[in-house]
Ligand binder design. Structure first.
Ligand SMILES: [Zn+2]
Length: 221
């Protein structure tokens, strides 16, 4: 039966998983991706399966409470992380979780990634904060991440990695690359001295622009 909304989400997640793997943002089968349809179905990557040969038949579809609607495999063990973010922030459609090296350095140090680049403010909406540590795969980790994400496009998981949200999986992966690049730049800039903050007025303007686009993304299609 034709189901264009679901086919679109399945294709978005699969393409993003392949690109996440190719770009080296995770190691092995770590990292996971989700995207939802407008009627509340959620496409998730499966657990413990290499990404290179993955097809749409390997993906799992659940409802917003995690009940499996389609798929032979078990969903990612980080399913609660994805569902908590999607439930709490109705305007986002996708969640990408990676162990990107430079972002994870900040997560391990327990330090936010400061917003000192124009494009970062525009696309992420401010500093990337650190959600307190909870064991991987737990409901409490999902709730902590969704809460700390707030009005930004990204949040760090203490001693773990990075979570980025967007209007599609492709967009969330693109933003993951932007956050990882910014983390690397800040790390290098600190070796040279203390990074110079952006002017407050510019930060406010770009952060407002991010929020405006995020709110409109739901009604955009
Ligand atoms: Zn992880």
């Amino acid at each position: 039966m034709a189901d264009p909304a679901l086919e679109k989400a399945l294709g978005d997640v699969l393409t993003t998983l392949h690109e996440m793997d190719r770009a080296g943002l995770t190691e092995g089968t770590a990292g996971n991706v989700s995207a939802r349809t407008d009627d509340g179905r959620v496409v998730l990557s499966p657990t413990a399966l290499p990404y290179a040969g993955m097809t749409v038949d390997d993906l799992v579809v659940t409802d917003r409470d995690g009940r499996v609607l389609r798929g032979e495999r078990a969903p990612t063990t980080e399913i609660d992380l994805h569902l908590a973010c999607l439930r709490r922030h109705a305007e986002i459609r996708s969640v990408v979780h990676t162990h990107a090296v430079h972002a994870s350095m900040f997560a391990v140090a327990g330090q936010p990634i400061p917003c000192v680049l124009e494009e970062f403010e525009y696309y992420v909406g401010g500093d990337v904060l650190v959600a307190p540590y909870h064991r991987t795969g737990t409901t409490s980790l999902g709730e902590a991440a969704a809460e700390r994400l707030g009005d930004r496009a990204a949040v760090l998981l203490a001693n773990h990695g990075l979570v980025v949200v967007g209007s599609s999986a492709a967009e969330a992966l693109q933003l993951t690359k932007l956050v990882e690049r910014a983390a690397r730049i800040v790390w290098g800039a600190r070796a040279l001295g203390e990074p110079v903050p952006l002017p407050t007025a510019i930060r406010d303007e770009f952060a407002a622009s991010y929020l405006d686009r995020r709110r409109k993304s739901v009604s955009a299609d």
